[in-house]
Design a binder for this molecule. Sequence first.
Ligand code: SF4
Ligand code: SF4
Length: 717
Amino acid sequence: MLNADNIKEYLSEIEEALQNDFQRKTLDTFAVAYRTGRANAFSGMDIPGLVKDIARSKDDSLAEMDELYQQFKEKAQALGVHVHLAADAKQANEIIAGIAREHQCRNVVKSKSMTAEEIHLNVALEKEGMKIVETDLGEWIIQLRKEPPSHMVLPAIHLSRYQVADLFEKVTSKKQDSDIFKLVKVARRELRREYVQADMGISGANFAVAETGSLGLVTNEGNARLVTTLPRVHVALVGLEKLTPKLKDALLLLKALPRNATGQQITSYVTWLTGPSECKSSADGKKVMHIVFLDNGRRKLSSDKNFSQILRCIRCGACANVCPVYRLVGGHKYGYVYIGAIGLVTTYFFHGRDKARLLVQNCINCGACKEVCAAGIDLPGLIKDIHARILDEEGHPPRSKLLAMVLKNRRLFHMLLRNMRFAQLPFADAKARYVRHLPSIFMKGQDFRKLPVLASTAFRDKWKSVKPNVSRPKLKVGLFSGCAVDFIYPEQMEAAVKVISKGKSIAQDHPEKQTCCGLPALMMGEKDAARETARQNIEAFASSGSDYIVTLCASCAAHLKYGYPKLLEGEKGLEQKLKAFTDKVMDFSSFVRDVMRISPMLFRKTVQKVGYHSPCHLCRGLEVREAPRANINLVHEYVPTAEEEVCCGFGGSYSLNFPPVSRTLLAGKMANLRAGGISAVGTDCPGCVMQIRGGMARAGIDIEVKHVAELMAEQLK
Ligand code: SF4
Ligand code: SF4
């Protein structure tokens, strides 16, 4: 669980987590195996269709939360169940403690429940003098270690079997073998005794079916069955968002849950409870059964147009499984109670702003979580929204206020960039085009890669001299350069201009009034500045009359196309221009391959082995995967390398704010590229070029890093 109070402490906790070799190796192995397991488990299924159905079904249920609760209550009460509604964590704990007191329960066995973690139920009941024993193996292990879970589905994934053997040795006072099978036997033996002695069982529930008043529980160990059937009192703690109208709605979620969680087609145990079961130790022969529904902000959230999405979550944990940051730092540094991308968002609502403030900054915006979310939740978008909301509530720091002010004023922004190239001269290696050294205040933690200098002439200032003359054009392309291409790598856009000019009758334009796409401002929580730059770009291209808006920057492309509609939603008078703009946006690789249908005859193909790094916002943001690889293969021999779609660690300002994570992601990327036996790597994003090229240069690795446009232009006949 995150303890840091400020960014300095958080960074030092992150550094510590990065030194945990066992955790790093385990999470790496799991991340790779998970991808294959998930793909196999979903094989032959229409995943986008399933995700859409789940999102729709959950949204419908959320819209009727109160009605479903009433319906469930009536059905369950008719079966003899006591149903409660707790407004918040405190009330839920009091209700459960009250039930225990009323029935003289002292010994509690519990099955895994994130909702119970959310309200810190164990702590509350222990204060009442009760003995609580977790019965899920992972949960039992971390309970014995007095730790919170580090993953929503695999709570003890951060521990080795040797650590578990040592722990069990202490618990049993006997020497223990580290063989996993034997360790499981130890747990089974110890826990059986607890089940038999327990007078109360506490469970969560994955589904609460209103039409029948039934609960559904999904487990792999069968412990929930013992917890809910052996003790004479059963209490289920259930978040209100688990209500579904009918059994078929629950079964729809069940289709995705095990597949998305662990890559299993079906989980080992699915338990349905409809009313109290037989119980010989009760006076009336029936178990005492209570269901405590937890609100804790859920009812209010369910009517929030934007954030209600988070209540669709089925707690599969997939958003952590694929998150490159989680994979490096583990759940104790990437969540509070709820872990991974969803944890970054829910922490704000369930545990407050103080717990969320640092977490929401630690997202590199790679989009991997969104791609696998079983409920179609726009997790990266919501993380940015929470960040912006926290800044609005607490006040924006001077650094981001300044950035916002500068970005809103295009002339000032570009004037500053032009003048900065003079300011950098004393620190620059002009020939190599890297910063030689910077005062340490600017370089803190940044020396894992060389940083580029600003170009002597920005692309916008070269445009007139490189603009091709096309008489009677049939198509017009508007070039959107973005800040990095415009001011650092103008040669990338020059290369693109050369390649595009090989198309028949294509005119090109570079509207002067274009400016930063606004993503950096959004990443810093400066939504107003991001909106303003979006408006400026839409206006700049509206007057250009282009048929396509082509960009070399994957992040710009994804933001222009999909970020702008969200940012400017509902803005009066802009709808048509916005749509006309976003419809035209395209990445360079797709444009030359799919629109120009560029001929291989235009290029000299070599046998040079060239790899590819797939920018997050191209492969997941725009879902462009094949075009850039095919383009490389037109001019060189494209060689696949491992984990091409895993983030390089750039993430714009992220790499400046979280250098330890950026450095480690880059190291992994470079290791994979080196292992591919390639002499060059192409990519479609100036930010990725900056990160990987700078890393290669710093490490002295002889692999060239270029934009795909450059690779192509160099081989034009
Ligand atoms: S966008 Fe990427 S870094 Fe951010 S939470 Fe999702 S997976 Fe993790
Ligand atoms: S947010 Fe999506 S991926 Fe993450 S746990 Fe919830 S359903 Fe699974």
